[in-house]
Design a protein around this ligand. Structure first.
Ligand code: SAH
Ligand code: SF4
Length: 356
């Protein structure tokens, strides 16, 4: 199978061109066609000579994702389901906010972390996405916007789709370098957020990258007993290790870290847990922001329900009273299975039903 050209950083493309006896400046020209003019065929690259085009055609491909389903929500959220070359399905979501258009990308087919509340974790990881497949999700969404002709641009990226991005670290980093590069999509690092379930050693690696990309940590519980119950990864990376990794990150980066906290009714949504969380974050309260996420019910996880509004507000108030910066995440696309992995798991079930 040919490699996706979106998977190459500009330095890698330059190096490849030189190896092929081509001119160095071609890399910038090719990137201009890919990311500015956004062509989907090499033959449309008008100022590239025939020999170079042939080489590109021989070694690379531009399109590897096939749109399989597109669902539009009443609030403007669009969910795309893509089929990859090997038949695997992945999801990408476009969300519209007052500050811009944000895309949520998938990094793995399934997820091995297996959190008890998550639709993605229901299916074990089948494989990692390569960096080209992650970049192409953004390109596909941008091309959808281009077709509408309103001159709209993807301005923000959240790496919060299916998968654990830090379990696919190398491809994640290449992806970030391509979309962030001024000659690529030029999406500012400060407009990109990577969410992790808390692989502590990777948080440290990420801190050392010295990028301006935002980090979000899925904490979801303020003590080990509760967190292990909700997320079994906590056994490998308990809260103390996570907090130490977070301190390491905060020492090296002047970016505020988002702490994600899903509110599960009667599980982790009591005032007592809010107090514990406030205590846990006390010494970094100026450098963290707690995002309270109302649970998006997943059919397969009937043991959980969304917290009641009064409990969400009590949790929020307790954090505020204790000097913790926080907010309640506004829901996007609730009518179109917007929680991570939901559309994909539904589609897989449909396909399986068809196959039977
Ligand atoms: N694997 C990474 C990134 C993908 S999940 C992580 O876990 O951080 C992105 C976010 O969606 C996480 O905070 C995750 O906990 C949350 N999430 C997963 N399932 C959810 C659901 N059913 N309702 C609300 N949020 C959910
Ligand atoms: Fe994987 Fe994140 Fe879902 Fe946990 S919440 S199973 S880490 S995708």
């Amino acid at each position: 199978m040919k490699q996706s050209i979106y998977g190459l950083t500009i330095d890698q493309l330059t190096e490849w061109l030189l190896e092929q006896g081509q001119k160095k400046y071609r890399a910038e020209q090719i990137w201009d066609w890919l990311y500015r003019k956004r062509v989907t065929n090499f033959s449309d690259m008008k100022n590239i000579n025939k020999e170079c085009l042939q080489l590109l055609e021989e070694h690379f491909t531009i399109q590897t994702l096939k749109q399989s389903v597109k669902q539009e929500s009443a609030d403007g959220t669009i969910k795309f389901l893509f089929e990859m070359q090997d038949g695997n399905l992945i999801e990408t979501v476009l969300m519209s906010f007052p500050y811009g258009l944000s895309v949520c990308v998938t990094t793995q087919v399934g997820c091995n972390i297996g959190c008890s509340f998550c639709a993605s974790g229901l299916l074990r990881k089948n494989r990692d996405l390569n960096s080209g497949e992650i970049v192409e999700q953004i390109m596909k969404v941008q091309q959808h916007l281009d077709e509408k002709g309103n001159d709209e641009r993807v301005s923000h990226i959240v790496v919060m789709g299916i998968g654990e991005p830090f379990d696919n670290y190398h491809n994640l980093m290449s992806f970030l370098r391509v979309v962030n590069h001024p000659k690529g999509l030029a999406i500012g690092a400060r407009h990109i957020t990577v969410s992790t379930s808390g692989l502590a050693h990777k948080i440290r690696d990420f801190a050392d990258e010295n990028l301006q990309v935002n980090l979000a940590l899925s904490l979801h519980a303020p003590n080990d007993e509760l967190r292990t119950q909700i997320m079994k990864i906590n056994k490998a990376f308990p809260i103390e290790k996570l907090m130490a990794a977070l301190d390491y990150y905060l020492e090296r980066n002047n970016r505020r870290v988002t702490i994600e906290y899903i509110l599960l009714k009667d599980v982790n949504d009591h005032v007592e847990e809010a107090k514990q969380l406030a205590k846990l974050l006390q010494d970094k309260r100026h450098l963290t922001y707690v995002n309270l996420i109302p649970y998006n019910p997943v059919n397969e996880h009937i043991q959980y329900e969304r917290s009641e509004h009064k409990d969400i507000m009590a949790f929020y108030d307790t954090l505020k009273k204790n000097g913790i910066q926080c907010g309640v995440r506004h829901e996007q696309g609730a009518d179109i299975d917007a929680a991570c992995g939901q559309l994909r798991s539904k589609q897989i079930k449909k396909n399986q039903a068809r196959a039977i």
